[in-house]
Design a protein around this ligand. Structure first.
Ligand SMILES: [Zn+2]
Length: 835
């Protein structure tokens, strides 16, 4: 035969006989049977890279990002050769169905898109192993079932959302396991050390971060998600190893926006999963425990974005190792766990493919309904606040979610004032408006509505997150659709002019705290004003930063560059003589010493609480932080440390006599403690000055009536009895003493996320900067018995202690780093208090 013809036939075969190609199974590629040991992340990456090289006609692989520790984040696409060739057209058509792309109408006669996400919790390890098997069976030319489904289905696989967490667990496990896995739950391989592999590098739970996108992994992934907008999304997890498998339909509460179709199709998939589990004799449960309410999960976020979002949970997790004897005497192996996850993946794909027409039509209807009718009672959310830095923080979050915003055209409107809690008239002109008449309208409703309707209070997470409270932005919820124009950003700060004497900087948002941190890092000398003052007819608020030319002569260019970067509002001045208020030479003008800050971390601390502070300092405030282990605390010299932050935790050195005395001496000599949540509680029990509020409890006991028939309750009510004593995370309004430096930059109120019912007495020797009065809950659920307790006490306090000071935050001011409005107060605690 002619050589050219041979060559032609050879290439023709590569193009047309793609399904005849073969691919190694994970077992063959890895050199060990899947499930016999844990696979480190790089080998999972290698398998996906190998697979795409082996079968490029039916698979594509993108690296969409990188983790904090430099591991790649991957998204694989599996489709027929025809669909893969026009993958981007399929994606664009899908976006047209949502209304996110408006160049032409979308067509529902297109493949359904199913996205499978694995291993968001790093130590729920079986799922990434299952992702390899799932990929293999989708590609395997001999698997006719998957070939059939792929005719009308495009599958997206993220093999590992959280590689840093996974490898933290896997590397540890592989280093402690013996020649053979030991199924005895007491052996060390079942005792994962602090902080565990569930979370990412900064110990964030990535399955709480979807909407907030505070983390690098989420930001990068959500960019992809919002470019694809799948019809079905599955988030793979593991739970306690004694639990049978959990799959959809989910538990109550469902957020009211979950559509009937979304509820129905969860059942369709659940029943199909059950069919396979039944045939294998496997145990499972549905409709319990995992609810659909909080918007930052891998099931709710897709649901609020029009998809069928589901959580699947295998029994396992870090305590199961790769084999464990469970309570009923059976041995649960990694192999079993992989088989179960693989089965629900296949079952989901089967159902998606079989119901493709309906899925596409209902998906399209979801967005048509948003576009035509808006979502919910309130159609528009109007941000009237004028603080551009705070608005920018909100805009960053909206942008990350593809939420559109505009400017209001009308002048007068009526709506619910988030801060007063009342219906009021207001001027809306040029305000930022977020409407529910848009592709992310459902998510807008869920994120902005003042109160979310809760049909059942036994939820898994916080129950309130309304954005105006989170960002501290004056806003209104309006029932009408408001006329809008394209959004125009307000003028940003002008260039910093020359000065003969110095500069004043308004201090009203976290952005200015970042600016202050940058100035201190650059060695620029900064003061702040303790009281309001007037200069050139202009009022400057307490907290205003003062940067004098004298002493900063060589750093003025750096100052100007930082001012631009942080959008700081700078006024050049030519005198230190104030028209009213204190001159800059006054003792009421405080020089800010650059504090050396240490964060207590390690065993004993809540990893998430310590992690969010670590993240805040490194990634947001950009200010040096020394992490010290709680276990090492008593052996360390605190001489060179100015501030010790105690995140939520339980500290031995706060209860042991000797280290406690040493710590008190350190504070008396000028040290500063910033205590948060349970650390506050521990200090309140440790004779520092703050006291737990007990009077109500004692009063309750005295007034307690004799047991009556009302106390006889049916056993089946037990869950609801328990709930009366819980608070899952609700928003409370605090009265703020904003004359104290801790609250500079705030109005005289602040919205806090309360997660427990601990109350503290008013400080007699100290400053009650944030207090809870009566009836101050503004949103979210608090059990009936808890509700009565949360009143008339201090939530945020400052105590002077010898030369030093203590700042108490009984709630977390920077919760999951999305509680934006508390970040300034935490910064004030570091930079202002005690100066
Ligand atoms: Zn999980």
């Amino acid at each position: 035969m002619d050589k050219k013809i041979v060559l032609f036939l050879f290439f023709a075969c590569i193009v047309f006989c793609s399904f005849a190609q073969t691919i190694k199974s994970p077992d063959e590629f890895l050199g060990y049977p899947l499930g016999s040991k844990y696979t480190p992340h790089y080998k999972i990456v290698n398998y996906f890279k190998y697979a795409v090289a082996a079968m490029p006609q039916v698979m594509k692989l993108d690296q969409y990002g990188e983790t904090n520790e430099g591991r790649p984040l991957l998204l694989a696409y599996i489709a027929t050769p025809e669909n893969l060739a026009k993958l981007d057209d399929i994606r664009k058509n899908n976006l047209r169905l949502t209304g996110m792309l408006t160049d032409q109408p979308g067509n529902t006669n297109a493949p359904v898109i199913v996205w499978l996400s694995y291993n968001v919790h790093g130590n729920e390890t079986s799922s990434s192993e299952a992702s390899m098997k799932t990929l293999y069976e989708l590609l395997n030319p001999a698997n006719n079932a998957t070939k059939e489904w792929l005719k009308n289905t495009v599958v997206l696989i993220d093999p590992c959302i959280n590689p840093d967490g996974r490898d933290r667990y896997v590397n540890w496990y592989n280093s402690v396991v013996g020649k053979n896995a030991n199924p005895d739950k007491q052996s060390r391989e079942h005792m994962e050390p602090w902080p565990g592999g569930r979370t990412n590098h900064y110990n964030f739970d990535l399955n709480r971060d979807w909407a907030w996108q505070t983390q690098k992994e989420t930001q990068q992934r959500l960019k992809m998600y919002n470019q694809w907008m799948p019809q079905v999304h599955v988030d793979y997890h593991e739970q306690g190893y004694n639990n049978p498998y959990y799959f959809a339909p989910a538990a109550q509460p469902y957020h009211e926006v979950v559509t009937q179709w979304q509820r129905d199709f969860q059942v369709t998939i659940g029943k199909n999963n059950a069919k396979y589990f039944d045939s294998n004799g496997w145990l499972y449960f549905t409709k319990e425990e995992f609810d659909l309410f909080y918007p930052s999960y891998g099931d709710t976020y897709p649901i609020y974005s029009g998809a069928i979002g589901m959580t699947f949970e295998q029994g396992g997790g870090s305590r199961s190792g790769s084999a464990v004897i469970i309570d009923n005497g059976d041995t649960l192996t990694l192999k079993d766990r992989i088989a179960h996850h693989f089965t629900t993946g296949m079952s989901t794909l089967e159902m998606a493919s079989q119901n493709k027409e309906k899925l596409m039509k209902e998906f399209s209807n979801f967005f048509i309904n948003e576009k035509n009718n808006g979502i919910g009672e309130y159609k528009s959310f109007v941000v009237t606040d004028v603080n551009s830095n705070k608005i920018n923080a909100l805009k960053r979050m909206l942008d990350g979610n593809n939420i559109l915003y505009s400017n209001a055209v009308i002048n007068n409107a009526k709506g619910f004032n988030y801060f007063s809690g009342k219906e009021e008239s207001f001027s809306a002109a040029n305000s930022l408006v977020v409407s529910t008449y848009q592709p992310k309208g459902t998510l807008v409703k869920v994120l902005f509505e003042p109160k979310s309707k809760l049909v059942d209070s036994a939820t898994y997470d916080i129950t309130a997150w309304s954005l105006p409270y989170v960002f501290g932005l004056q806003a209104y919820a309006v029932k009408e659709k408001i006329t809008i124009t394209p959004y125009v950003a307000k003028q940003t700060t002008a260039a910093v002019p020359e000065t003969s004497y110095g500069y004043l900087v308004n201090y009203t948002s976290f952005e200015e705290a970042k600016f202050l941190a940058a100035l201190l890092n650059a060695g620029i000398r900064v003061r702040f004003a303790e009281k309001d003052f007037m200069l050139n007819g202009k009022k400057f608020m307490r907290g205003t930063l003062i940067v004098l030319k004298k002493g900063n002569e060589t750093k003025l260019a750096e100052f100007a560059a930082a001012a631009q970067k942080f959008n700081a509002n700078v006024t050049a001045i030519s005198t230190g003589f104030m028209e009213s208020g204190n001159d800059f030479g006054s003792a009421k003008t405080h020089f800010i010493n650059q504090p050396k800050v240490a964060l207590v971390t390690g065993k004993g601390t809540d990893a998430g609480a310590a992690g969010e502070l670590w993240h805040l300092f490194e990634q947001e405030l950009d200010y040096p932080l020394t992490l010290i282990n709680a276990d090492d605390f008593t052996n360390l010299s605190l001489k060179n440390i100015d501030v010790i932050i105690l995140p939520n935790g339980n500290y031995k050195f706060l209860s042991d006599k000797e280290p406690l005395a040493d710590l008190k001496t350190w504070v008396r000599q000028g040290g500063k403690i910033i205590a948060l949540e349970n650390a506050v509680n521990q200090m309140a029990n440790g004779d520092w000055g703050l006291k737990v509020k007990k009077e109500d409890e004692e009063k309750d006991k005295k007034d307690e009536p004799k047991v009556s028939y009302a106390d006889v309750k049916p056993y089946e009510e037990n869950e609801h009895e328990y709930i009366k004593n819980t608070i899952a995370g609700a928003i409370y309004k605090l009265d703020i003493d904003n004359t104290h430096p801790l609250a500079f930059g705030y109005p005289n109120y602040y919205f806090t996320l309360k997660q427990d019912d601990k109350m503290y007495e008013f400080l007699k020797e100290g400053w009650n900067v944030g207090i809870i009065k009566k009836d101050s809950k503004v949103a979210g659920f608090a059990g009936s018995k808890v509700k009565d307790k949360i009143k008339d006490g201090t939530a945020i306090g400052v105590q002077e202690y010898g030369q030093g000071s203590i700042v108490y935050f009984s709630d977390d001011p920077v919760f999951r780093c999305f509680w934006e409005n508390g970040k300034l107060m935490l910064s004030n605690a570091v930079f202002f208090v005690g100066q």
